[in-house]
Structures are given as C-alpha cells and as structure tokens.
Design a protein around this ligand. Structure first.
Ligand SMILES: Cc1ncc(COP(=O)(O)O)c(C=O)c1O
Length: 422
C-alpha cells in the first residue's frame, strides 16, 4: 500500500487526558482475553505475541458482507492463512490481489476463489500467469498497461478491465493517490479504447485508507459517473475500492454509514450507470484491523517513556501512522499476576512509547493513558492492529520477532461492561 503520510486523523481528535479509562466511549469488544494472558504466563515470547480474535473477525466479515457491495477482501491487509481460511469458511470467497504471491496464498486455501488483480501495474508475464490461474479481472490506469493487458490476453473477451480513476483523498488518513489513478481525460480515453477492443470495462477508485467521511464515496461515484458520461461507453462493473475505516478510540464511524452513502450515490446516478451494472468493493483494513492485537513487554521505564519489546519496525507500525488512537491496556504485571481488579480508582498517567531499535523514529508520542505504576516487565496489549501490521513487520536491528496465536472466546467474553476488559 502506498501511504503518503498526512497523519491527519491523529491530530483531529482530542488526545486522552490523565485519569481517562483506557478505551473510553466504545461499544467494541477487542483483544485476546484470558487465553492471551495464560499464554504470556506459560510461554512468553522474546519480542511480541500477535493475537487474532476469530470471533471479532467473524463479526467484521458478517458486517461487511451485509453492508458493502460484493466485497473482495484486499489480501494485502493481512494474508495470514488463518484469516483467509476463516473468511472462506464465513462465505467471503472473493479477493483483491496485488501480486501473484497473494494469488497463490488465496488459492492454497480456496482453489475456487474469485480473484481480481487490482494492482494497476503488472508485467505481461504476471498478467498471463494470473489469467492462467483463473483471474479474469484486471485494473489499469494507463495506455501502457492496456497494451500489456491486450498483449498478454489476446483472447480478452472473457475478461473485465477496470480503469482506476484518480479521486480526491482529503478525508483519508493514508493518501493513496501518489502512484495510481488516471486523470479524467485519460480515463475517458481508456474507456473508449477498451470499448473499441470489445472488452468488458469497469471503473475502480480508492478514496484513501482509513477514510473518515462516507461522503468521499459519494464524490468518487459522482466523478465515475461524470467520466462515464463523457466516454459514452457501456460499463459492466463499478468497484468502489477500499478505505473503510477501522474503529479506534474516538473513531466512531459505522460501516452502515458507508453502505448507505454508496447506495444513495448509486441511486442518484443510476441512469448513467445503467441497470446491468455490477457493484463491488475491496475492503481491507475494516475487515481485519479490530480482530488483531499485539502483546508487548515493557523493557524499561524512563520517567513516563515506556520502551517496548517491539516497535515501529516490527508489529507496531500502525501506531506511528495514527498517534494516540490505538486502544491499549496492561494485561499482566511484572509480578506474573494480572492487574488487581479489586482496587478501584487506580490513577492513570500519560505515557509515551518507544520501540526497541536504535531508530529515533521508533517512537510513539501518544500520549497514552495507562496505569501510573506501569513498570519494567509488565505486559501491554495494544488493539486494532489486525491490518497491515503483520505484512509490514521487519527484523530491523535484530528485533521484530513474534509469535502468533488465535483465540475464539465465548460470546460474552471480554465485554466492555467489565471495567478491565479481560
Ligand atoms: C487497490 C486496493 N484496493 C483495496 C485496498 C484496501 O484498502 P483499505 O485497507 O483501506 O480498505 C488497497 C490498499 O492499499 C488497494 O491498494
């Protein structure tokens, strides 16, 4: 994923204040609960422990299937086999792939999956191989890519080529316009050329990741309709991309708002799009972010700076992009016991966090509100790290090692009504 750093959501919400509960104002369940704590006691990792909550994942998948137009899961968000298996089991069998490796990962789990190759730049060989493996939908944003597609697939009549149009990214945390997206004029020319070659065409866009304003989809659909009108060609598929946000602290966007904005915009432009249009989406982050959490140990405390056993170059890259938004809580004390639930009114202080490497950017200013007596050896669980973090983790400086576990807690597990959430 191209992520031009704007970091605007980190700045647009008030940070926590000392004394605030760790994950206020949320109705969301998250984390690994007791099973995670038990694992930390019996088999503590050297670096971090990545925990996938399969019950939360299942809720996210059900909600996307119910709310978004035909979702193709963007595999780049998290290609772990457990995620792909669970999605297939829950009936999500369409995937947006960006590379042949992602295609192989999907087909290893679900040989009959429907995959769309949505990376707008591919080599002729990649296109041929993907098609040979059953892929029939390909994105493009240039004449050069169209030439590559036509060269690789001379019998392109069974395929759909989707033109990736450039759209406004103002409402997203991660700008995705830096590399891809044809201008209005280029898009019109591409649609006309494709129609002249007799290929089924689509339009696709990406409003930017972690998009906090549902009206961004309305604007992008309006732009697609303007382009289609100018091209005066038929359209088979409209793909509204990804960008649907994960819900952090203070991010109160509901997926339903996005589904509604999309439906309303489609309705307004139905004459332009025509009755036979297939509408689909490519959610990544919103399907997995909330299902993943990471347990890290406090290596050292220097006043109110906590140095962690993993950081920005490991599983915590998301913290660097979105300052102060991730939910977190102490789950195990250095004594080997869970925090004492019977003491009420344990005061909180504001902390900054740092990873273990020598990079001075391996630092998260937060501030994060945590129990005032956080100490070396305590374990912290950080939530909302299910998207992109596993994919982006490196072993920089010899750090970044992690273990992986899944939990499937019972329905009533970890309910927010429990003040400590475990
Ligand atoms: C083509 C494409 N589709 C979908 C996605 C998923 O986006 P998100 O995780 O914001 O939903 C991405 C992310 O990089 C992408 O590049």
């Amino acid at each position: 994923m191209h992520a031009a750093h704007s970091n605007n959501i980190g700045n647009s919400f008030p940070g926590p204040v000392a004394g605030e509960k760790l994950f206020p104002a949320t109705d969301l369940v998250w984390g690994g609960g007791r099973a995670l704590v038990e694992r930390l006691v019996t088999d503590p990792p050297a670096g971090a422990l990545y925990c996938l909550n399969l019950r939360v994942l299942s809720e996210l998948v059900h909600s996307a299937l119910k709310t978004l137009p035909t979702p193709y899961y963007a595999v780049k968000a998290n290609s772990h086999p457990c995620i792909l298996e669970e999605m297939a089991r829950l009936g999500l069998t369409r995937f947006d792939i960006a590379s042949l490796e992602e295609l192989t990962a999907v087909q290893a789990i679900l040989p009959d999956a429907t995959c769309a190759f949505m990376n707008p730049i591919k080599s002729v060989q990649e296109i041929r191989t993907a098609h040979h493996l059953g892929v029939n939908a390909f994105a493009l944003d240039s004449m050069a890519e169209m030439e590559r597609l036509l060269k690789a697939l001379p019998e392109s009549s069974r395929c759909t080529f989707l033109v990736r149009i450039a759209v406004n990214q103002a409402d997203a945390a991660y700008n995705m316009s830096g590399k891809f997206g044809a201008t209005r004029e280029e898009s019109v020319a591409l649609l006309r050329q494709l129609a002249a070659h007799g290929v089924a065409t689509g339009i696709t866009f990406h409003v930017g990741s972690q998009c906090l304003d549902p009206s961004a989809y309305d604007k992008a659909i309006t732009e697609a309709s303007r382009i289609l009108k100018a091209a005066a060609t038929p359209l088979t598929v409209l793909d509204v991309g990804g960008g649907f946000p994960a819900r952090h602290r203070h991010t109160l966007s509901h997926l339903e708002w996005y589904g509604k904005a999309i439906r309303k915009a489609l309705d307004r432009h139905k004459v332009t799009f025509g009755p036979a249009l297939t509408v689909q989406s490519e959610p990544g982050r919103c399907l997995v972010a909330h299902a993943g959490s990471v347990a890290v140990q406090i290596k050292a405390r220097k006043q109110n700076l906590l140095v962690l056993s993993d950081g920005r170059h490991g599983l915590l890259s998301d913290l660097w992009w979105m300052h102060g938004l991730h939910p977190m809580r102490r789950i195990l004390c250095h004594t080997g016991h869970p925090p004492d639930r019977t003491t009420t009114g344990n005061p909180y202080s504001l902390f900054q966090l740092a990873g273990p490497t020598c990079d001075s950017h391996d630092f998260f200013p937060g501030p994060y509100s945590l129990p005032h007596d956080m100490a070396e050896g305590d374990w912290l669980e950080i939530g909302c790290l299910g998207a992109y973090c596993l994919e982006l983790a490196t072993r920089f400086n010899g750090y970044g090692s992690h273990q992986f576990m899944t939990v499937t807690p019972p329905n009533d597990h970890n309910h927010p009504a429990d003040p400590e959430n475990i």
